[in-house]
Each structure stands twice: as structure tokens, then as C-alpha cells.
Ligand binder design. Structure first.
Ligand SMILES: C[S@@+](CC[C@H](N)C(=O)[O-])C[C@H]1O[C@@H](n2cnc3c(N)ncnc32)[C@H](O)[C@@H]1O
Length: 214
């Protein structure tokens, strides 16, 4: 049975975010976004960014890349198109409205798929990851940047104590790194090869999931 979820609610929420998103997040997310783009470019030139939003990450992809961006929100995408034109971002190709869980691309289309600050917003993250796996070439990587809750240890306890405060600013610790590991484990060819902390003070994580040639 298909998973039912509220795509329209998500679109309405991001219609409100679109005019202010860059001002709020440009500095906070920059380190993770820059590292996600550089990691993807090392896999090869043909890159898909899922949930491209206003295109904050687009200038970080090197000029030899060919980046395709998709997003659910037409309002966010419009900002990405403006950025592509205003900043002459020749590395950016198609920017299209699309659901992460239903990607309109052929199997094995991309060298890398980046997912910066999106995966926790998708009601069916495993469904979205399945699609990313499908469109990724063997040898490629899915690169997730996100706030991910710790699975155990002292950090988990600190996060639990701070959870109400974190929730007030719209973040959640509910999505744990183990959820990505568990998803990868159901595939013979997927492997989490790195989870590294990024600015600020490791609050965000960069996760590399490689599609091995089998
Ligand atoms: C926090 S923004 C991140 C934007 C950009 N990646 C960045 O790092 O600035 C999340 C974006 O994910 C998009 N999004 C949420 N759910 C989605 C889905 N199911 N499919 C595609 N995009 C989605 C939203 O519309 C929004 O533009």
C-alpha cells in the first residue's frame, strides 16, 4: 500500500519560508553545505541535489559539475532559479518540482546524490532513499547533511535534556543516525562509510553512503 502523507502541508510551510530562508540559514548551514558539495564532486560530475530549496548549496559545486536540483516547493525553487541566473551558475542544469519519493530519472543516472537538510522532513525517508539508490550509479554516494540524534552515550543524554529547547527552534533529535544504517543494511550494495560532525560543534552530521559495485 502506498504511504500517504501531507505534501501540500509541506509546500505551504515552505511557501512561508522561501522569502526569509537564506537570511536565517546562510551562515548556520554553510559548513555542512560546502562539505556536502565537495564530497559529491569527488564522486563525479553528474550530481542530483534532492530538496535543493532556494539553492543555497548550488554555488558550492565546482564549475566542472553538472547539477540537477529537485524540490517539492515551487516557491523555494523560484529562488534557486533566480540564484542560478543572478550568479551565472553554469554548473547548474535542470531545477524541477518533484517529490523525493518519486524521482523522474532513469536508473543509474547520477554519480552522487546530495540531501542537505531534507531527510528528516520527508515523511517516508526510507522511500526517498530507495529512490536515491535507484538513480545512483554503482560506485556513487548518497551524501546526507542533517541534524541526527545520537543513538547512545553521553551525547544522547545531553540531547534528550535539551530536546524541548531544540524543538522550540524547529529542530528535532528524533531522527537517529542508526535509521540511515538500518536502511543501508537492507541492500547488499549500500554501506555507510563515514559519519562526521560538522559546524556548529558537531551539531550537524555529514553521512556518506556508498553504492558498491556488486
Ligand atoms: C531545510 S530546506 C533545505 C534546502 C537546501 N537543501 C539547503 O541546504 O539549504 C528543505 C527543503 O526540502 C524540501 N522538501 C521537503 N520535503 C520534500 C520532498 N518530499 N521532496 C522534495 N523536496 C522536499 C522543502 O521544500 C525545502 O525546500
Amino acid at each position: 500500500m502506498a504511504v500517504q502523507y501531507d505534501l501540500e502541508g509541506q509546500k505551504r510551510a515552505y511557501a512561508k519560508w522561501a522569502p526569509i530562508y537564506d537570511k536565517v540559514y546562510v551562515k548556520l548551514l554553510a559548513d555542512a553545505q560546502r562539505k556536502a558539495a565537495a564530497t559529491a564532486a569527488r564522486c563525479g560530475p553528474n550530481i542530483l541535489e534532492v530538496g535543493v530549496g532556494t539553492g543555497l548549496v548550488l554555488p558550492y559545486y565546482p564549475h566542472h559539475c553538472r547539477v540537477t536540483g529537485i524540490d517539492l516547493s515551487a516557491d523555494m525553487l523560484r529562488k534557486a532559479v533566480d540564484k542560478k541566473v543572478a550568479r551565472h551558475l553554469g554548473q547548474v542544469g535542470l531545477l524541477a518540482a518533484m517529490d523525493a519519493c518519486n524521482l523522474g530519472f532513469a536508473d543509474h543516472s547520477f554519480d552522487a546524490v546530495t540531501v542537505p537538510f531534507v531527510i528528516t522532513l520527508v515523511p517516508d525517508p526510507e522511500g526517498a532513499l530507495d529512490e536515491m539508490h535507484r538513480v545512483l550509479k554503482p560506485g556513487g554516494e548518497i551524501i546526507v547533511a542533517s541534524k541526527l540524534g545520537a543513538d547512545d552515550g553521553p551525547v544522547m543524554h545531553i540531547e534528550q535534556a535539551l530536546a524541548p529547547l531544540v524543538k522550540k527552534v524547529g529542530w528535532s533529535i528524533a531522527f537517529k543516525a542508526s535509521r540511515l544504517r538500518n536502511w543501508a543494511a537492507k541492500y547488499d550494495d549500500m554501506e555507510v562509510i563515514e559519519i562526521s560532525p560538522v559546524f556548529p560543534v558537531g551539531f550537524f552530521k555529514l553521512v556518506r553512503i556508498r553504492k558498491n559495485a556488486v
